[in-house]
Design a protein around this ligand. Structure first.
Ligand code: PHE
Length: 340
């Protein structure tokens, strides 16, 4: 019988080569120690042994079993360690690698300037009021002292819609809507889209305006210029000044064009300001008495000023943009240049 043990031990030795996986190892273990394994078979042969030899036989099987188990255990330990280190190596994460960044968008220059303007005037106590983009003739023209036969209607080429409606040509329409509802003191800021049949490098059929309206007792042109000086400093730089030139709008009297000292040359004259040192940035004036009357506000008790500027124009001047189309093409290479 003893040769059986020796054979078995030999077989195990040759069998215990390198294992590549826990599964292979498990199969090998079953081959010897499993229910139908070779060692188990030896136990079953116990009854063939004469009773007096059985204790010795049993001891030998047990000893062999322990040895086999010990060998498997040590192989298993090695295999586990190797499998773990392989897994760690394959799942390794390089925490020092730079992360994948998501490109961050930027605010559109028109939005930026609009926000800046709102900041400036909100700081002076103005409230934002937005009127409708589709208007009727009354709010866009008539109530603003521009009746149907008025030559000033030609100043703005209007897109007319059905039923007497039109796309507003100016945010001034909002002045009327506000003054119908709210009585002085009024300090209103009205940003929004406006539409005119006009199209070249500096004009687009849709653009944005920022309207301002102040109505109270004893409001003068000086108040207007004081506020616009502050606006010029914030948008175009600390040393900026404004200058008023006489002009004409039907809804203001007197009317002015407002120039800002050229931020490119500081007023000495350059290509941007065409050598004049000044750049025209907006229209303004004292609210015409007839406009106040149209809204039920007594012009003998109250006076006011209004101004309106093109946001695209301000953005183009501020950022040195030479074609208004760049503001609507939305080319990311252009837009990405406007970072905080
Ligand atoms: N609404 C005028 C325009 O679009 C600008 C303006 C507004 C002028 C307010 C005076 C007062 O040209």
């Amino acid at each position: 019988m003893s040769s059986v043990f020796d054979e078995l031990m030999e077989e195990i030795k040759t069998f215990l080569r390198e294992f590549h996986s826990s599964r292979e190892l498990h199969e090998a273990r079953m081959r010897f120690l499993g229910r139908t394994g070779k060692l188990t078979a030896l136990y079953k042969r116990m009854k063939e042994i004469p009773p007096e030899e059985r204790p010795a036989f049993g001891q030998r099987i047990n000893a062999l079993k322990e040895e086999i188990e010990a060998r498997f255990a040590s192989i298993e330990q090695d295999l586990r360690a190797r499998e773990l280190s392989e897994r760690l190596a394959s799942e390794r994460i390089d925490v020092t690698m730079p992360g994948r960044r998501r490109a961050q968008g930027t605010l559109h220059p028109v939005t930026r300037v609009r926000n800046m303007l709102i900041d400036v005037f909100a700081g002076m106590g103005f409230e934002v009021f937005e009127g409708p983009e589709i208007e009727n003739d009354y709010y866009n023209f008539t109530a603003l002292n521009t009746p149907a036969d008025h030559p000033a209607r030609d100043m703005q080429d209007t897109f007319y819609l059905a039923d007497g409606l039109l796309l507003r040509t100016q945010t001034s329409a909002g002045q009327i809507r506000l003054m119908e509802k709210k009585k002085p003191p009024i300090k209103m800021l009205s940003p929004g889209r406006v539409f005119r049949s006009d199209d070249d490098a500096t004009h687009s059929p849709m653009f944005h305006q920022m309207e301002g309206l102040v109505v109270d007792k004893n409001i003068t042109l000086c108040d207007l210029q004081g506020m616009l000086d502050e606006f010029a400093r914030v948008i175009f730089g600390k040393g900026s000044k404004t200058r008023l030139r006489p002009s004409y709008f039907p809804f203001t009297e007197p009317s002015v064009e407002v120039d800002v000292s050229c931020h490119a040359c500081g007023g000495t004259g350059c290509a941007l300001c065409k050598g004049t040192g000044w750049i025209e940035v907006l229209g303004a004036g004292m609210v015409n008495r007839r406009v106040l009357e149209n809204c039920g506000i007594d012009p003998d008790e109250y006076s006011g000023f209004a101004f309106g500027m093109g946001i695209e124009r301000i953005a183009m001047l501020k950022y040195g943009i030479n074609n208004i189309k760049l503001l609507t093409e939305n080319d990311v290479r252009f837009l990405a240049q406007f970072k905080d």
